[in-house]
Every structure is written in C-alpha cells, then in structure tokens.
Design a protein around this ligand. Structure first.
Ligand code: GLU
Length: 453
C-alpha cells in the first residue's frame, strides 16, 4: 500500500450534486490508482442542514456509484471519528497549539488567527472602517492542476466564532493534519481558501499536502456553474431515471479529465489505471446530457437481456405500461427489440408503450409528413391483404412486402413509414420487420384495419 491518503470531505445538504460526486470520484480514482487510502470525512458542522437523511442520500449515492471508502462512517478507521461534529476535542487540542505558539488572539468574542508580517492600519472602502492589514509573505501553491498559484493573505481571520464553533478553515486543516492527508483534491471554488489553509499548516509546523483544484462543471448552456436545479445535477435522480451507475461514473470521470486520447467508454479498471493529475483539464468542463445518454445507451446495449429486463420491468410497471399479468415472453421479446434503441431506461415507457396497449397517440408531425407522400390509408389498405396472407416471420414478411412493392413498381420502403405510423403512432422506433413479428399478426391486422377505417 502506498502512502497516499486522500479524502472526500462533503457537507451533507440533502443532495448528492454532480460536482461533489466528481470530487469524490477523482479522490477515489487517485486512491485506487496509487494504491493509497480513500477517507470519507463528513463536514457536518452546520447542524441545521446536516440531518441523518442528508447523510443517507450522500452515502447511498457513493455506494450506487461504487465508490467504497477505506476509512469513514460505517467502516471506521484509525483516524476517527469521521464526523466533524464529534471531533471537538481534536479542535481544542490544535487550538491550544496555535495559542501556545502565539498565533491567536481574542477580539469581539471570536478567536482570530494571527498572520505574520508588518501591520498597518488602513481605511477599507469595502468595510467602510479602519482595518488592520498585514503584509504577509505570499503563499505559493504548486497546484497539481493549476500550476503555480501565488496569493498573499492581507488580514487576520476568525477561526472560532463568537458562538464557540470553529470555522471551516480551521477544522478542515486540522482534520487534514490529524488524518494524515497527503493530497487534497477538491473543487476550484476552494482555491481562494487555500492561502489561508497553507498559513494554518505553516503555523502548525506541518508541510501542506499536495493541492489539486479541479475546474468547475458548467451547465449545459450559458456560462453558469451547474446548480442543483439543473437537469442532471443530482446523482440520486439518475438512479430513479434508470441510468446505469457504470455509465454515469464513466461519464463523470470525463468531466474535467481525459486519458489524452479519444477513448471515452472505459470500464472502471481502465479508468483507475489511467487516472492521474496530468490528465485533469485546467479549463472548465460542460455538462452534456446527450453525451451522457449516448454513453448510457452503449452500456445498456451490453447488458444481457435478463439484466436489461430486470432493470426495465419496474420502470415499465411504475409507468403503467405493463401489468402483473403481462406475458413474460412477450415482455422479453419487446425489450430485446428496444434495448439497442431506447437511449435511457426513463425513455423506455414512451418508447414501447404501444406494444402493450392499442390506445397510443398518433404523432401529429409524423402524420403530416407522411400525408405529404400520399394518403397513408390508401397505401395501407393495399397492404392489409398481403399481411393477412403471410406467416409473421421475418423473411416471409420481407419477401411478401417486397413482392407487393414490385408489383406496384415502387420500393418496399415506400410503405414503411405509414406502416410504422399506423402501428405505433411514431416516426421512429425499432426496425420495422422485427417489430411486426413481435407485435404479431393479430395485433398488426387489427390496428391496420382500425387505421384504414
Ligand atoms: N466541506 C467542504 C466542501 O464540501 C470540503 C472542502 C475540501 O475538500 O477541502 O466543499
């Protein structure tokens, strides 16, 4: 086992945001890539938001994505407890170290961290008051993603609030020290905190860890950061929508990282092998629902039909597409047809409803398009006797339709759009001949007769 110790340090909010999931994943991947240790530390200092339910959403999301942690809630470990709300004794101990080193003072009921450097009193336009500024030596961060970043803190900052609660900067750094964290991989929004953190590490006499700040995930359109209201932002929803965890994980790994070649669909062992800091992009990444869906389709196609049906059945059931009585063989043959075509499982109910019900809507746009090529009723009236006379088996159907088309001196495809439209109400779907076979002669003829009127 290597010495690498990374941590994912979420503050549970009740949602597992894609940005957090990506931070968790990059830490997990780095730990697995290096043979290091992945620590899960719960930064639950905000008592209002950090409920049991919020923690459950987070842990479930981690588990769903297959990110197991070596130390943390439920599994324990030598650096526990792993909830900040249970670590007050550790913070008190470290606070005392700072105090003894002369690096703290009290002001207005709060405890402040004292920077080192020349002090001046200046009028601050923003605060509209006299403030004490400090000329501290700039902190240099050799960020593993951003490169060299230099920043000087200008003012002392609060580390324990008036109400006695230690501030994020303090507990975050203390825990990274106490837990022996070697690499801090986190969102770029924390880059501006890092100079404070490095000042604290120095005051404790501890070499700071390697920092790797990963760029933002932008929403699909515009320049904003992906927020929890944006579609696709919450991990728990992917599960509900029937996305495959492997596909989601593969997609998220590509948000800000790539293996420096064209590879996109990779199994997890491959990603673990290839994942490293040089592959992390400096620029922001953009959420792309289409790409995620395409990847998900590829993963769905690879499932054997039993696994696919296992995932699809409850979704079709909940959507009211199939009932308990529906014939199992029929469900499987429908799913075999749809597996390679439906982009996600949440699209499946609308994609295949017409296989199970005669009450399907006719898509107006498709209807108009077809009507431009001639009256579909006339076209299909020709076809009814042809289909009536043939066994519903792929080759026989194809041959019968082709023979009829030839007798009319048209291509067989001239009949396909109208046929599909009458049988499903749609302009697209599974391949037509197999669809006829699965629907079966009785259903097909009844639907065509009803359509032709
Ligand atoms: N609790 C912080 C967050 O959720 C952790 C920041 C860090 O990783 O250092 O943003």
């Amino acid at each position: 086992m290597s010495q690498v110790r990374v941590r994912f340090a979420p503050s549970p909010t009740g949602f597992f945001h894609i940005g957090s999931a990506r931070t968790a994943l990059f830490n997990w991947l780095y730990a697995r890539h290096t043979g290091g240790t992945f620590v899960l530390r719960i930064e639950d200092t905000d008592k209002e938001r950090n409920t049991d339910e919020a923690l459950r959403v987070l842990l479930d999301g981690m588990r769903w994505m297959g990110m197991d942690w070596d130390e943390g809630p439920e599994v324990g470990g030598a650096s526990g407890p792993y909830f900040q709300s249970e670590r007050q004794a550790v913070y008190d101990e470290y606070l005392l170290k700072l105090k003894d080193a002369g690096r703290t003072y009290e002001k207005d009921g709060a405890i402040w961290f004292k920077l080192e450097g020349e002090r001046t009193t200046e009028y601050d336009d923003f605060r509209k008051a006299e403030v004490e500024k400090v000329k501290a030596a700039p902190v240099v961060i050799d960020d593993a993603v951003r490169g060299r970043v230099e920043r000087a803190e200008e003012m002392d900052f609060v580390i324990v609030r008036k109400d006695g609660n230690p501030v994020f900067h303090l507990v975050n750094v203390v825990d990274d020290i106490a837990m022996g964290i070697t690499h801090v991989i986190r969102g770029e929004d924390h880059l501006s905190n890092t100079s404070k953190h490095v000042e604290l590490f120095k005051a404790f006499g501890v070499e700071p860890p390697v920092f790797a700040h990963i760029p933002l995930i932008l929403k699909e359109v515009g320049s904003g950061k992906m927020s929890k209201r944006d579609k696709g932002a919450l991990i728990e929803e992917y599960e509900q929508r029937g996305f495959l965890a492997n596909a989601v994980r593969n997609y998220i790994s590509l948000l800000g990282w790539n293996p420096k070649d064209e590879r996109e669909k990779m199994d997890i062992a491959e990603i673990v092998e290839l994942f490293d800091f040089p592959g992390i992009n400096k620029g922001n990444s953009r959420f792309d629902e289409k790409k995620l869906s395409a990847l998900n389709t590829e993963y769905l196609r690879e499932l054997n039909i039993e696994s696919y049906a296992f995932l699809a059945r409850p979704i079709l059931h909940t959507a009211g597409v199939i009932s308990e009585e529906e014939n199992e063989d029929y469900i499987q043959s429908v799913l075999t047809l749809c597996q390679s075509k439906a982009r996600s499982l949440d699209e499946l109910p609308d994609f295949c409803r017409y296989f199970f019900s005669d009450a399907y809507a006719l898509d107006e746009k498709t209807g108009n398009k077809i009507a431009k090529k001639g009256d579909p009723k006339e076209l299909l009236a020709e076809i009814v006797p042809v289909l009536d006379a043939v066994d519903f088996e792929a080759d026989a159907l194809q041959a019968a339709l082709e023979a009829h088309a030839e007798s009319k001196d048209v291509k067989v495809f001239a009949y396909f759009p109208a046929l599909r439209y009458a049988l499903s109400g749609k302009g697209g779907g599974p391949d037509l001949i197999p669809m006829l076979v699965v629907l079966g002669k009785q259903r097909v003829l009844a639907r065509l007769q009803a359509f032709v009127g």
